[in-house]
Design a protein around this ligand. Structure first.
Ligand SMILES: Nc1ncnc2c1ncn2[C@@H]1O[C@H](COP(=O)(O)OP(=O)(O)OP(=O)(O)O)[C@@H](O)[C@H]1O
Length: 645
């Protein structure tokens, strides 16, 4: 694949022009590189190439470029993989030396600590990792904040009182004999660390555990703690607030009371939007957040710069509880902080025997006593817990089939994933078909009758509720089923599948789509953040009939919010959506269109994120080859954080 005419950078020559012509670098990458080079007086084409690749890396979610491996990375143009082996890559050692000497670059030894000496320059080279200076600063800030809190004196907690509270809040119902009670260990870990991570797939009880952690903390502090719940999107914040409320209603009344009415907000709102800046907030190190506890859900969707801003704005005596799924696709913007923090903890050394947290953590495990038949519980690996990271492993929600598929994907076991899919079941099915081939000849929709039925079921329910003015029901029906694609265009993309779904609905549902652009029951997807009215990129809603004419209903906890249609600037119809956009959402049923074998988007995280969006049933459409390729290819985001934590 090569660049089209509009994508050719007219100013590029030599190696830059070649990388641009092959589509690896965009016009914008080249132009930024040339402009910055000129400002710094740098004329070496290899340095300019490194600069352009660093700009490009950010678009792909990487924080930096690793000079030693960049030539083996998967590059994409229009979501397809580009052949890069024959490009004129500079030799890494010579390349690094050129960069070290460049006026556009500051150099830092990989083992160095503390502030980087010298005036800032556009690029920073840390060993073999090349960053735009601003992103290095964010990574450094996150690392500093995490390490400082890890090394600070841990919060003072009476282990006996803690164990007593955990005894009241956690039981072993539903666990196998000997299975560690990870939720209980996670709760103890959150109480015992300033920064802690509750990691786990969907339905592993992360929110349940958060509610219990907060109840425990309030009980230990006489109910005086000021607590803030945050999430990257409005929808995730609403879900978190509702879930914490539901879970706390199940706790003993005296423990539930101080956490029953907590509110959640988006991370941007918590930090305080500033109309004059997209990257700075009202709360920062000089004007920190007032909260004693901050919970951040869906952390895998949070970019590195946002994570840096949150930690900088949080006082050292504030407990920060980070919650998310490290196996999911990462944030749209650069960074993979959740995966980095979880990955670093997995390699952490064990707690020293004199660490005050050890007794408390051992007591937190005290309910893992030998069973009646004498079976000993599995040993709990406490090393990651020493870093405040606990991975929940028991799935409480899905049908076992989706859980088994998610496990196989997480572990990268392609044979198991294929076997689970092939076995199918009530919660899982596989339409084994090559959509590229069937788009060329034959009936492209053969074998998709179950999908059509699922589309019609949820479409009819949305339509009927919207017409009857039952906004909550319409919004709920919209979440009954969703088609997910990796791509936006092509036979595997959102545009095609939206047309297919819309066609089925128009054919089968009387009056569907009549009434112009804003027809009743039109499913909407918000495509840009609008903090003024509280709608965010990725929010979904429905056009419904109300006493004040047609309005758009969006899901927000128990009651949907209604917006006049005139307020909606950036929306489109959502009959199918990308997996990236579906992050942070779940649907009763999901149909996932697996991308083709040569797709650059085909990764393990994509597949895992797609299938775990389903609460009850997943249907996968695609070939075995593509599925195997996905399982075997973990997404690779370059970042220096994991190794430096
Ligand atoms: N220990 C447990 N025993 C029984 N049921 C549980 C337990 N933990 C969680 N559940 C139930 O499992 C379901 C999923 O829990 P929860 O919502 O806390 O998971 P989650 O990890 O936050 O999921 P998601 O990421 O999808 O939001 C809930 O209905 C919850 O009540």
């Amino acid at each position: 694949m090569s660049a089209t005419v509009e994508e050719v950078a007219v100013r590029a020559t030599g190696v830059l022009a070649e990388f641009n012509a092959r589509g690896v670098l965009s016009v914008a990458d080249v132009n930024v590189a040339l402009t910055l080079s000129r400002l710094c007086g740098e004329a070496d084409p290899d340095v300019q190439l490194a600069l352009a690749l660093t700009v490009r890396a950010l678009r792909g979610g990487s924080v930096c470029v690793d000079l030693t491996t960049v030539d083996a990375e998967v590059f994409e143009v229009d979501e397809a993989t580009v052949e890069t082996a024959t490009l004129p890559w500079p030799e890494p050692t010579a390349w690094r030396e050129k960069l070290r000497q460049s006026p556009a670059v500051r150099y830092r030894e990989p083992t160095a600590e503390g502030p980087v000496p010298g005036e800032p320059r556009p690029l920073l080279l840390h060993g073999d990792l090349l960053y735009l200076d601003r992103y290095f600063a964010s990574e450094e800030s996150v690392r500093d904040q995490l390490v400082r809190r890890r090394e600070a004196t841990p919060p003072a907690v009476d282990p006996k009182q803690l164990a007593g509270l955990l005894d009241r809040l956690f039981d072993r119902d539903g666990l196998e004999p000997g299975e560690p009670n990870w939720q209980r260990v996670a709760a103890a870990s959150c109480v015992l660390h300033w920064v802690s991570v509750i990691a786990g797939g969907p339905g592993t009880g992360k929110t349940t555990t958060v509610a219990k952690v907060l109840a425990t903390l309030q009980a230990l502090h006489g109910g005086r703690l000021r607590i803030m719940l945050a999430a990257p999107t409005g929808k995730a914040a609403a879900r978190l607030e509702e879930a914490v409320r539901t879970e706390s209603a199940r706790l003993p009344a005296d423990l539930a009371a101080p956490v029953a009415d907590l509110r959640a907000a988006t991370l941007h709102r918590v930090l305080g939007w500033r109309p004059d800046s997209r990257t700075r907030f009202r709360h920062d190190a000089g004007h920190p957040l007032p909260w004693d506890v901050v919970v951040l859900d869906e952390m895998s969707m949070v970019s590195l710069p946002m994570m840096a801003r949150l930690l900088e704005a949080t006082r050292s005596g504030t407990r920060v509880v980070l919650v998310g799924d490290p196996d999911q696709l990462t944030s749209v913007e650069a960074g993979a902080v959740m995966a980095d923090v979880a990955g670093a903890a997995a390699a952490a050394p064990a707690l020293r025997p004199d660490d005050v947290r050890l007794t408390a953590l051992q007591q937190a495990r005290a309910d893992d006593r030998p069973d009646a038949d004498g079976a000993r519980p599995a040993e709990v690996e406490l090393a990651p817990v020493a870093r405040g990271v606990v991975q929940l492993r028991h799935t409480w929600r899905f049908g076992a089939e989706i859980g088994a598929l998610a496990d196989a994907l997480r572990a990268g076991r392609a044979d198991d994933a294929v076997a689970v899919l092939r076995a199918g079941g009530q919660h899982l099915s596989w339409v084994e078909t090559d959509l590229a081939a069937s788009a060329v000849g034959g009936d492209p929709l053969a074998g998709l009758e179950p999908l059509r039925q699922a589309v019609l079921r949820s479409g009819r329910a949305v339509d009927a509720a919207a017409r009857a003015g039952r906004a909550a029901e319409a919004v709920e029906a919209l979440e009954q089923h969703r088609v997910l694609c990796a791509h936006r265009g092509g036979p595997f993309g959102v545009a095609r599948w939206s047309r297919v779904v819309e066609g089925w609905l128009a054919e089968a549902v009387e009056g569907y789509g009549e009434g112009g652009e804003w027809y009743l029951g039109r499913p909407l997807l918000v495509t840009a953040n609008d903090p003024d009215i509280g709608l965010y990129n990725g929010d979904t809603g429905v056009v419904v009939s109300t006493g004040r004419g047609l309005q758009a209903a969006f899901s927000r906890g128990r009651e949907p919010v209604l917006h006049p249609l005139i307020h909606l600037d950036a929306v489109q119809s959502v009959h199918a959506m990308t997996v990236h956009k579906a992050q942070g959402s779940q649907f009763a049923q999901v149909t996932f269109v697996v991308p083709p074998l040569d797709s650059a988007l085909l990764t393990r995280e994509l597949l895992y994120t797609a299938v775990t969006r389903a609460r009850d049933r997943v249907e996968v459409i695609g070939t075995e080859d593509a599925l195997r390729r996905a399982v075997e290819r973990p997404a690779n985001r370059a970042s220096g954080l994991r190794h430096r934590l």
